[in-house]
Design a protein around this ligand. Sequence first.
Ligand SMILES: Nc1nc2c(ncn2[C@@H]2O[C@H](COP(=O)(O)OP(=O)(O)O)[C@@H](O)[C@H]2O)c(=O)[nH]1
Ligand SMILES: [Mg+2]
Length: 200
Amino acid sequence: MAIPKITRAEFVLSVHRPEQLPGPSLPEAAFLGRSNVGKSSLINCLLGRKGLVRVSRRPGCTQALNFYRVNDTWYFVDLPGYGYAQVSRAQQARWGELILDYFETRRSLKAVVFLLDPRRRPEREEIFLWEKLTGWGRTVIPVLTKADKLKAGERAQAAREIAQALGPFGVTAAELVWFSALTHEGRDRLWARLLAALKA
Ligand SMILES: Nc1nc2c(ncn2[C@@H]2O[C@H](COP(=O)(O)OP(=O)(O)O)[C@@H](O)[C@H]2O)c(=O)[nH]1
Ligand SMILES: [Mg+2]
C-alpha cells in the first residue's frame, strides 16, 4: 500500500470535556503514550509537517485531546500523555475519565496507535489501558518509538520482552512497529496499518 500524499493537515480543536468532541463525521486514529515517548514527533513525521504538533519541552502539560484534520479525510487525535508525577491526582483522574470514555464510546475511532518506549517495559498503567482497549474491541497498533537509539541486540530483547508483556492481548513481536521520527524508519509500515484500519 502506497502512503498517501498529505495535501492538508490542520489543527482543528482541543477537547477538554466530552461535549466538545467534534461530530463523528470522519474516521479517526488516536495516538496514545506516556509523556515524552515521542508522540508529537511521530505525528509530525507521519504527516510530513515539522511543527504541526508541538514537540514538548515541558512534558505532561498538554491535558486535552488535540484534533487534527488530515486531507479533509481523517482526524488524527493527539491524546494527552500520561505517567508524569508532577500531574496531580485530580488531574490524573480527569485524564482517565475523559480518555476512557472516549475509547469506550467514540464511534468514529478506528485505530489507537499505542506508543511504547522500547527502553522500558510496559507498566501497570500500560497493561490497564491495553486491557480496556482490547476489551472494547478497539484496533490497537503497537509502536516502539525512538528506534534509532537501540542497537540490534537491544531491539531483539526489547521486542521479545514487550511482546511477552502484551501477549495476553494477542500481540506478537513480529507485529510491533519499530519507528523513528529521526530516520523515518517504520513510517510506511505504520501508514499501511493505519490506512487498513481507517478504511475498515
Ligand atoms: N532520537 C530520537 N528522539 C526522538 C524521537 N522522537 C522524539 N524524540 C525526542 O523525544 C523528546 C520528546 O518528544 P515528543 O515528540 O515531544 O514526545 P511526546 O511528549 O510523546 O509528544 C523530544 O526531545 C524529541 O526530540 C526519535 O524517533 N528519535
Ligand atoms: Mg506531545
